[in-house]
Design a protein around this ligand. Sequence first.
Ligand SMILES: Cc1cc2nc3c(=O)[nH]c(=O)nc-3n(C[C@H](O)[C@H](O)[C@H](O)COP(=O)(O)OP(=O)(O)OC[C@H]3O[C@@H](n4cnc5c(N)ncnc54)[C@H](O)[C@@H]3O)c2cc1C
Length: 547
Amino acid sequence: MTVALRSDTDAAFNQSPLYENIDLFSSDVPLIEAVEANGAGGEAAALSAFGRQWGTADMFGLARRANENPPKLYVFDPKGFRRDIVEFHPAYHELMRASIAAGLHASTWTRSGLRAAPPAEVTRAARYYMTAQIESGHLCPITMTRAALAPLAAEPSLLAQVAAKVVTTSYDPVLRPWWEKSGVTLGMGMTEKQGGTDVRANSTAATPAGDHYVVTGHKWFLSAPMCDAFLVLAQAPGGLTCFFMPRFRPDGSVNRLNFQRLKDKLGNRSNASSEVEFAEAFALRVGEEGAGIRTIIQMVQLTRLDCALASAGFMRMALAQAVHHCRYRSVFQKHLYDQPMMRAVLADLSLEVEGAVALVMRLARAFDRAAEDPREAAYARAVTPAAKYWICKTAPGFIYEAMECLGGNGYVEESVLPRLYREAPVNAIWEGSGNVMCLDVLRALRRDEEAADLFSALAREVMPLPGAGESRIDLNSERDSEAGARLTVGRLALCAAAAALKASGPSKVTAAFVETRLLASHGALYGAGGIAAPAADLLLQRALPES
Ligand SMILES: Cc1cc2nc3c(=O)[nH]c(=O)nc-3n(C[C@H](O)[C@H](O)[C@H](O)COP(=O)(O)OP(=O)(O)OC[C@H]3O[C@@H](n4cnc5c(N)ncnc54)[C@H](O)[C@@H]3O)c2cc1C
């Protein structure tokens, strides 16, 4: 044995270079087109700068370290006094700092708590989509902070004070009273042991005490515990009510949010999710007593949009990793990328992402326009649960398929794929699980004439596409069937995605989407749908430019 032979084993042949130091925006043709089609084309240069910043090797490294070193809860100090502090790895703080500096937590609001002018939603959506590709755990408090300002509109003076602290680009992680900080983050507490979907069963009690309430009870999930305040639901004398619960009381003493433990989660490991006891905690009412669900749903609608955005982002990163690897990896004297069956798989994955990104950006535009246009408001109401259902439930299987394109390399922890795979299911579970999203859409179809008209219009919109006539959806016969709701809502989401693609992508791509997803039943297996070769070639060029 010689030294030369030993050093030979260090050489890596037939491996793809690391997929990093990329521009997450400019390398993503469907994203560029969807941003343009939804009114934010003027932001392209800024989005490209953001895409370059988040696509660096440094950012991939921060994401890895933040997840390899999950947060720890310190309930007591060494002498037995309560601390209730969660410590995060510095990498997590770096990610938070970068997201907050870019306004992901607040750019859709003005400093007085009004909605920022369009295309604020689409621009933020594009940034959020890129950020989720790199690291999603830290986006939990980012999402909730931006969403929490919506229900606070019910209390204008509180909104004005809180918005002034939220709408900054300063990340201030030190635990001190929110009004003394340069920037604050907000979380949410609805779920209790006995129920997360059926929050009417909440047993946490709120007792009026002059200008505030005293809240006693328990939350089974409360993310993210180091936020400066939370919107929580509790039973007041007049029924289930929304409250603003800060970490500190107005006199500067620590509020009684007693954290009990952190959840040991499948994924989402950089983020902390806690179990917490409220021991006569101070809280301010938000909205009327008894209007808790109506009030907090304003927040939930926005967090659901982010779930769909993040899952679409996971799919995009998984696809990019797969296409990139296959372009370099040879098997049987041919690049995987040129093997006919692998091309079919990659093209089909690309088509799924085309539909998902077109839909989420179109949905973001509806949020941009909702205040001025009732049809856009109806679109946001009805399509948000449908998009969350379809995209978030598609992501885990999609990522698994992309992982397999990398073979054993994809299964190994150092690659990004295992983290994406573990992260993906949570977006379908929290903020309303899959069935709950479908029930929401059915409810909208039954009660909300505008929503029913909208879905009919979307279905009509895709009809003129080649062969789409047979995909007609009979809303009248389907809206009453809970057992069939997944089928109905899945098809509605596909219709909405096809219509969004029609407005932003090439006709060949839209036709392939309709043929394989609306005309045929796509099922869970990619590469088996028979995308014609010219469309497959186009999809693959669009997925990642060839270097
Ligand atoms: C990592 C993580 C972090 C979280 N952070 C927070 C947080 O910060 N704040 C917070 O309040 N919550 C949080 N949650 C909780 C989450 O929102 C709930 O788990 C979720 O809403 C589901 O509630 P549940 O767990 O009680 O399940 P259940 O309500 O028991 O539902 C179980 C299943 O039944 C289905 N289902 C419910 N009703 C029906 C029906 N009528 N017909 C058919 N199927 C139905 C649901 O779709 C679901 O699949 C978090 C959860 C996770 C995993």
